[in-house]
Design a protein around this ligand. Structure first.
Ligand SMILES: Cc1cc2nc3c(=O)[nH]c(=O)nc-3n(C[C@H](O)[C@H](O)[C@H](O)COP(=O)(O)OP(=O)(O)OC[C@H]3O[C@@H](n4cnc5c(N)ncnc54)[C@H](O)[C@@H]3O)c2cc1C
Length: 485
């Protein structure tokens, strides 16, 4: 991530473009502040087919959330005296043309970490420069300016989280940016309309997430979390029924500045804020991994697991997992939360990912892409990092048998009263507590009494966890050349 020197001295008539991407806010956004300093700006968003319908991870659910964020951003920009200019096409073509129309001499944006974004931004930069327009990337998507530049004393990037965290917390932070009080916009250019999902060629079916999109909702969610749940976060964060912040969609879409969030945490006492900050640092760690080891998007970080784990191909089992029909209540609750809300609690992400890769022995890439299709917070760096971590093939390694999650004991521990499972698996709502972890052990009479017949109302377990765990240990041991880790 390279940033150009700030160029904030503008002539009175100068115009600039602020190109929004996944930084859909006006608070603490260096690209916006810099672009707007003394110049008229044209804030724009470009719908790029290559990402929307042609990319690796097409997601009507996430694009729907994106559209909602754009609606909110446009309202905010209008309140500030400007607008959001919406265009369609490849930014390397659209932006020079828009710059010419507006008489703009600079295009500002917030740098991104994915290999594809890097490729696109290089093309945009070349096209702008060829037209005599300056391309000006900025920090703002992460707490530190450039997570990828954090290296060990030997000058190598970190592949383990703890030393990364130690180094990361010492990195000097930039000052917070003021949000502009007013934005002057070039007149007589058509702002264009924010399209519907259908106009973009996407169909989310009946999907509707409970997360309200946009910066206004994000700031409200932060306010309420900082004054409420945060103080108990260290104890409650593993509870899927509630207990974590649920801020990830907002952080993913840049509706929140992670740096502003960190500074607010710093003003609060107790273990909650400190533990929360460590979680934010995981996101920065995975950004650094993606910047330094872009090959992880297609292959295992650990060389010995590349092509050596014998993955099972089983469409029926994969579908049972996707639809939340495995017969294991915690797994099914998580997968249905994903289907219906576009989000899953972190503890349950780990459980369902372990179930796919170590109980069903299905390739982690299948899970990675299903998550990317359904998650409103779907993020290539964190998602790939999370999948490789659970599958024991990635960075921050640990012996593979330490990351084999038992879906039953996890449910007993983290959803002891069944609130989460009952919320997402209605067939199990009237199953008594003592049977909620292993409903298949209910007698015929008990099934009748609970209105939950196993095999018809709710599936039998698709596999036997203890047996599949044994097989997974063998598979991993063989792939690791007989070693225990
Ligand atoms: C298999 C798998 C896939 C994942 N895919 C994604 C993804 O696509 N997008 C995504 O944002 N997170 C992903 N995560 C990380 C984590 O599950 C979510 O960030 C978290 O559940 C979001 O809920 P929250 O906002 O309540 O988190 P909180 O516990 O309140 O944490 C606060 C913030 O810290 C960050 N964070 C917390 N844990 C992690 C982590 N392990 N890795 C990276 N960032 C973290 C998130 O931005 C989160 O919003 C994945 C984890 C796993 C195991």
């Amino acid at each position: 991530m390279a940033y150009s020197l700030a160029m904030n001295v503008a002539g009175a008539e100068e115009a600039r473009i602020m190109w929004f991407r996944r930084d859909l806010r006006v608070h603490d956004l260096p690209a916006l502040t810099e672009a707007a300093a003394g110049a008229r700006i044209l804030p724009c968003f470009v719908f790029d087919e290559r990402l929307l319908t042609g990319g690796r991870f097409v997601s009507p659910a996430r694009v729907g959330f994106n559209l909602g964020c754009l609606d909110n951003l446009r309202d905010t920009l209008r309140d500030l005296g400007a607008d959001l200019f919406v265009r369609h096409g490849e930014p390397e073509t659209v932006l020079p043309a828009l710059a010419e129309q507006a008489g703009a001499t600079q295009v500002h944006w917030s740098a991104d970490v994915s290999p594809w974004a890097g490729w696109r931004d290089r093309r945009v930069t070349a096209a702008l420069e060829a037209a005599g327009i300056a391309a000006v990337p900025h920090p703002g998507s992460y707490i530190v300016d450039d997570p990828g530049s954090i290296v060990s004393g030997k000058g190598t990037p970190y592949a383990v989280y703890s030393p990364f965290f130690k180094a990361w917390k010492e990195v000097k932070r930039r000052p917070l940016e003021e949000s502009p009080g007013r934005i002057d916009c070039p007149e007589s250019i058509d702002p264009g309309r924010i399209p519907t999902l259908a106009e973009l060629g996407l169909d989310a079916g009946t999907f509707e997430t409970s997360f309200e999109p946009g910066e206004s909702a994000a700031r409200e969610a932060v306010r309420s979390y900082l004054n409420g749940g945060l103080s108990g976060y260290a104890d409650t964060r593993n509870s899927p029924a509630g207990g974590s912040s649920r801020l990830s969609p907002y952080i993913r879409w840049g509706c929140l500045s992670p740096l502003e969030l960190e500074l607010k945490l710093g003003l609060r006492e107790g273990s909650g804020p400190a533990v929360f900050r460590k979680e934010l640092a995981w996101r920065e760690f995975y950004a650094s991994v993606l910047l330094n080891f872009p090959e992880v998007t297609t292959t295992e970080f650990q060389e010995r697991y590349r092509g050596t784990l014998d993955w099972q191909v089983d469409g029926e089992l994969l579908e049972a997992w996707k639809q939340g029909m495995t017969g294991y209540p915690l797994v099914d609750a998580g997968m249905r939360e994903l289907l219906n809300d576009g989000w899953i609690h972190n503890r349950v992400r780990m459980v369902v990912a372990s179930f796919l890769t170590k109980d069903l022995h299905i390739d982690w890439r299948e899970g990675e892409s299903w998550f990317m299709e359904r998650l409103v917070d779907g993020d290539i760096a964190s998602n790939n990092g999370g999948w490789q971590w659970v599958t024991s093939v990635g960075t921050d390694p640990a012996p593979y048998f330490q990351r084999m999650f038992n879906p039953m004991t996890q449910q007993e521990r983290f959803d002891p009263d069944g609130e989460y499972v009952r919320r997402w698996v209605p067939e199990l709502r009237t199953v008594p507590d003592e049977h909620l972890v292993r409903p298949w052990l209910m007698s015929g009479e008990e099934q009748e009494a609970a209105s939950c017949r196993i095999g018809s109302d709710y599936p039998e377990p698709v596999i036997d966890h203890a047996e599949e765990r044994r097989i997974a240990v063998e598979r991993y041991r063989a792939a690791a050349g007989g070693k225990e880790s």
